[in-house]
Ligand binder design. Sequence first.
Ligand code: NI
Length: 404
Amino acid sequence: MDSFDEALAGLVDAEVDRYEAGRREGVPNVLGIGWGLVLATGDVLGVQVTSRSYTGSPLGTTTTTSTLYTDVADATTWTSADLVAEPRQLARWVSSALERADVTHVLPAADVVGTDVRFGEDGSITVVLDRHEAGLTSLDAVAVRIPAGDAADVLTEPGRRIRDAAVAAAAFTGVPGRPAGSSAAPAGPSAAPVGHPTGPEGTAVDCARVACIALTFDDGPGPYTAQLLRELADADVDATFFVVGGNAAAMPDLVGRMAAEGHAVGNHTWDHPRLPALAPEQIADEIDRTTSALADAGVTTDLLRPPYGETDGTVAAVAGARGYAQVLWDVDTQDWLNRDVATTTQRALDGAFPGAIVLLHDIHPTTVQAVPGIIAGLRARGYVFVTVPELVGTVEPGARYGGL
Ligand code: NI
């Protein structure tokens, strides 16, 4: 995976250089670089790197997104551009789609069209143009989907390889599964109650009388979220998902499924910035775009989790004005840091107390692997799983819950 690591590091270095060159005195310069998985199937992994910077430009924050792909079996790495044989043809199609949608009438440069290409299970490809790319006057990123038949004509041989992997939609083989028969959960007392200690389906849980606990999953939806939803359904556990708006917009079906299956869904901003570093209107934009993406998926919520748990009076005021309460957490599993099933499980169990909100991230395969063991371990200790709304009840806009 070295070459993939190097390619990712190269992308980040280029963004840092660009930011440093554009820094200005007297304004709050901000750079945030994040990443997310866009494809994980068979031996193929797709990683999107998003850079978000503000250096005083009157156009506001600049966001650029690039997507890299690798085949972990032979450690080959490709940029999106490597996958496109006919960038000019692709640019013409994108341009004509944007014209028809009345987004812009400028022909995007072929190299811009090739920085972020995604692959669908139906063999289609989607070209994502960031807000400031290609002379767009749009207020947001733009995605143009090319149907499978046309897509086949503009892909290179590696591009067809990635497309075929996306179509196969196989389980990602780069992550070892849990060995059969092993459980990451430490053994509970042998006389421990097993199963759901609540009453019949639909009975409200009274957290004043039973030991409630709320599992929360941040930063998705992602490639492992569907598996997590299956695990939660198998265990009959309702949880709370704080989704990133950009991911929710890309995977609305998963967001709809969360709500349909009884989970609570909250707002975790559009692209996960440190909110206190932003101007009030940028904070509002982060929240509002995510509200819209959730609404598109059929979900409304009054719960906001500020990224990194970082908040201040301005964030509280902007959130409160939109009817949002802020939800932090009581138990930090540090799953994003340890990336280890046993450690994540142990931290969840060690930190648990009645009424606690537990922080997990469904974008890490190790976390998703840990969840059945966490549930079994907490159940063995008598805990009842509830969503955050069930735990905190009706919320007060602007107020903070958890982590007090
Ligand atoms: Ni987060």
